[in-house]
Design a protein around this ligand. Structure first.
Ligand SMILES: [Cu+2]
Length: 453
């Protein structure tokens, strides 16, 4: 069993003079390669020959420059998932397509007030995103800041756990799903954590471990549970929470990230981090997502090693989370499923307000600075984890208040509805909102948002 320690950082170069913004610069190559995954050889897509890619780190106020080379046999690009950065030019611009063999320099300025959190980089090429991500393209990106400055959290040993699933044939070639599997969203039978099956996470009795969990699977939900230990959530996909919350189970949708603290409250032993059986759609089960009788998947194992002489407590309050004011406008978005036109008569499509994705169309225009509520109404029989680029959002509760946490993904349950609130700050330009079951995105469930001055 391999042990996970601190995140392995990519071979980045950090130039930082006092009083000047830092520059984090790294070379990144996407290529197809035979690599070991879950202990067996497989033909994967990789960043710098690693699956998942090695974590990058940057701080608010810094510039992240990535000298990117596409050595894949097809177009690709980079999306800086969850970052509040420009969606245009050579920043988080998912309209870009980098052809095979070409290089491109991405440069993303992290604003000085950007929240600390766990983000990630992945391809965002409409029609190819599910295939490229499911073959391994994922790279964690940690923004360091307020949350890391809380002593108990900043000093805790940490691991970034990237959860990926792979569908491979006996020879290690990726298997492309057909019809029904595309509708459900592809799920692979080989489930890995940082490319390994069941790695170990060391913990000291009386100490803490901080885990950054990244769901880099193209469609799979993970219902997480740590045996005999609560998951103490300190961050959601948009950054730190106002106060920690102790959970028995935590659902991580495709694309979503959380940070949790595990306290070494026991003396010795090993305890499994599990993905409990979970039915993605709940079809025919009246909304129930739990599956009785199915086995849980072991994602990693927490192993006690040694004893902390001065036990560490968890702080109650964490980072300030500003609640957004009442919205200037409320919009509704109906999530649907139908037979696609122009995609082959037998092909299912996924729609937002009745339309499949068209990069030349603007679906929603908003004004910079405005606060809006968006209600997603799910008219389909499948759950859809909806992701909005560029600006984070808060969930609006039943009483009309906004949740005290930032996110960039919210799961809209089959036949259900969810309202979110966001403010369009700092950046104008065209950006995207879409389902993060990436096969749904590729089958049309994506739209263009124009943020105007
Ligand atoms: Cu979906």
């Amino acid at each position: 069993m391999s042990s996970l320690l601190a995140p392995a950082l990519a071979d980045g170069v950090r130039l930082h003079a006092d009083g000047l913004p830092g520059l984090v610069e790294t070379n990144l190559e996407a290529s197809q390669a035979w690599l070991a995954i879950g202990g067996r050889p497989a033909l994967l897509y990789a960043y710098n020959n690693r699956v998942p890619g090695s974590a990058l780190e940057a701080r608010p106020g810094e510039i992240l420059r990535i000298n990117f080379k596409n050595s894949l046999p097809e177009d690709t690009n980079l999306h800086f998932h969850g970052l509040h950065v420009p969606p245009i030019g050579n920043a988080d611009n998912a309209f870009l397509m980098i052809p095979p063999g070409e290089s491109y320099t991405y440069e993303v300025s992290i604003p000085v007030n950007h929240p600390a959190g766990t983000f990630w980089i992945h391809p965002h090429i409409h029609g190819k995103t599910a295939r490229q991500v499911s073959r391994g393209l994922a790279l964690p990106l940690l923004i360091r800041g307020d949350l890391d400055q809380i002593p108990a959290i900043g000093r805790a040993p940490e691991s970034v756990l990237v959860l990926q699933d792979f569908n491979l044939d006996a020879s290690g070639y990726p298997v492309e799903p057909l019809g029904p599997a595309l509708i459900q969203g592809r799920e692979g039978s080989l489930i890995t954590t940082n490319g390994l099956v069941n790695p170990s996470i060391p913990i000291t009795a009386g100490g803490l471990v901080r885990l950054h969990l990244v769901n880099a699977s193209s469609s799979r939900f993970y219902l997480l549970q740590m045996e005999h230990h609560p998951l103490i959530q300190i961050a959601s996909s948009g950054g730190g929470l106002a106060s920690s919350r102790s959970l028995d189970q935590l659902l991580l949708a495709p694309g979503e990230r959380v940070q949790v603290i595990i306290t070494g409250s026991l003396a010795a032993g090993s305890y499994r981090l599990l993905a409990l059986p979970y039915a993605q759609t709940g079809m025919g089960m009246m909304g129930s997502r739990t599956v009785s009788g199915a086995p849980a998947t072991v994602l990693a194992t927490l192993i006690y090693e040694g004893h902390e002489t001065s036990p560490v407590g968890m702080p109650g309050s964490l980072v300030p989370v500003t609640r957004l004011p009442a919205p200037a406008r409320v919009r509704t978005f109906v999530l649907g499923q139908g037979m696609g036109r122009g995609m082959g008569a037998s092909m299912t499509s996924f729609t937002i307000n009745g339309l499949t994705f068209d990069p030349t169309r603007v679906d929603t225009s908003v004004r910079l600075g405005d606060v809006e509520d968006w209600e997603f109404i799910n008219a389909s029989m499948m759950d859809h984890p909806m992701h909005i680029h560029t600006n984070p959002f808060q969930i609006v509760n039943g009483n009309g208040d906004a949740e005290n946490a930032w996110r960039d993904i919210v799961t809209v349950p089959a036949s259900g509805r969810v309202k979110i609130r966001m403010q369009f700050l700092d950046y104008i330009g065209k950006t995207f909102y879409h389902c993060h079951i990436l096969d749904h995105e590729d089958l049309g469930m994506m739209a263009v948002l124009a943020i105007n001055s």
